[in-house]
Design a protein around this ligand. Structure first.
Ligand SMILES: *Cc1c(COP(=O)(O)O)cnc(C)c1O
Length: 397
């Protein structure tokens, strides 16, 4: 009997893409031709954007650009190698030192992206037989890191500390790591960090916080969600955050006890087997770290814009979420509704992203509105006026 024909991988992928298109869930790439603060130009259209993660408005700051170009003139563009070979430059070392001081940790270690940092931490720390507890709404790369590690992944319902406690209790003998977003990327709410820290202390589990959306925005001097919760390295030994959001650059870091960092240098494969980030980028990020700490007015302005948006949206009866962060989702339910709303806003000159499954759970499609210190009050008012024309439902479907 003839064997069944071997499936063709590219055909299978094309069929999956066609299926997604049929379900109206196809993702489309858009080229941005020009950026000027919150304004974007794309296809000869000028749009006011509410979808970047540049929360402090630093991405185009002249001091960052000056630091980047100065360092590039001295150091060149590429780092030419991995950190452990000859890619680790003074610019990287200075940035790591500044990040450790800012976040109140013994040491910090740079990674090329946040995705790689999370893969690296989880793969280095966890192995088969361990358990990894994660909030159901954690970022995709934390989930992927747990899968890569071989540990048993247990996902607890969003922010449900009692459920996490039950999951921990059901594996009393396994080494355990609990990982959570500090600020949830699609919902904007803050994790119950104090309760999670108490649980982890009582159960001898290690707590890890991914503060991609908290660093620079929350806490004294923008030190992040852990500082805002009045916790430190003792309660949260593992802090990961990115340089590509509030800091307006790219890359990421892990900060914590010296022994953790030393272990990651030895065992975190996404750290070891990759080219170090360009030193000029590290120099720009160092400038951003200093501005984020010293220019407190950026956080104050952002907070005032968030407050203005929430007050206006509430007066319009819009389906606001329980978020006081720069991430302000409007829950619309169906993917069609979210897409139609985003298209209508775009017709009015506003760019807001429609977030659909599988990025968020079924029937929780939404507009993900992000605010920035680069916005002005008039921008927020213009967004509210446009949202008013959409006749959105008052609560999620
Ligand atoms: C963006 C993000 C990451 C990934 O960081 P990159 O540097 O963009 O790879 C990780 N975790 C969370 C919560 C994020 O929002």
């Amino acid at each position: 009997m003839a064997a069944a024909p071997r499936p063709d991988l590219l055909e299978r992928l094309a069929a999956q893409t066609a299926e997604r298109e049929h379900a109206q869930l196809l993702r489309r790439l858009r080229t941005i031709d020009h950026v000027d603060g919150p304004w974007l130009e794309t296809g000869h259209q000028r749009l006011l954007s509410f979808c970047s993660n540049d929360y402090l408005g630093l991405a185009q700051h002249p001091q960052l650009i000056a630091a980047l170009t100065r360092a590039a003139r001295q150091a060149g563009v590429g780092s030419t190698s991995a950190h452990l070979i000859c890619g680790h430059r003074t610019e990287h070392a200075e940035l790591e030192e500044a990040l450790a001081v800012w976040t109140g940790r013994e040491r910090a270690l740079l990674f090329s992206t946040g995705y790689m940092a999370n893969l690296g931490v989880l793969q280095a720390l966890l192995t088969r037989g361990d358990v990894c507890l994660q909030d159901k709404l954690n970022h995709a790369c934390l989930l992927d890191g747990a899968k890569l590690s071989g540990a048993e992944l247990k996902r607890y319902p969003h922010a449900d500390v009692a459920a996490a406690a039950r999951q921990l209790a059901s594996s009393p003998d396994a080494a355990a790591l609990l990982a959570t977003d500090g600020v949830f990327s699609m919902d904007g709410d803050v994790a119950p960090l104090r309760e999670l820290a108490t649980l982890c202390a009582n159960e001898h589990a290690t707590l890890m916080v991914d503060d991609a959306h908290g660093l620079g925005v929350l806490g004294p001097h923008g030190a992040g969600s852990i500082s805002a919760a009045d916790l430190g390295q003792h309660e949260v030994p593992l802090l990961m955050a990115t340089l590509g959001k509030a800091l307006g650059c790219a890359g990421a870091f892990v900060a914590g006890p010296a022994a953790l960092i030393e272990g990651l240098i030895q065992f975190a494969r996404p750290y070891i087997y990759t080219t170090a980030m360009p030193p000029a980028l590290a120099a720009a990020a160092l400038e951003a770290v200093q501005l984020a700490q010293t220019e407190g007015w950026r956080r104050q302005k952002l907070a005032a814009l968030i407050e203005r948006f929430r007050r206006g949206a509430s007066e319009l009866g819009l389906p606001l979420a329980n978020s006081t962060s720069a991430i302000q989702p409007l829950l619309l339910g169906s993917a069609d509704a979210a897409l139609a709303a985003a298209q209508s806003l775009e017709g009015q000159g506003l760019l807001v992203s429609a977030i659909r499954p599988p990025t968020v759970p079924q029937s929780q499609a939404r507009l993900r509105i992000t605010l920035s210190a680069a916005h002005e009050e008039a921008h927020v008012d213009r967004l509210l006026a446009a949202l008013k024309t959409l006749h959105l439902p008052p609560s999620a479907a």
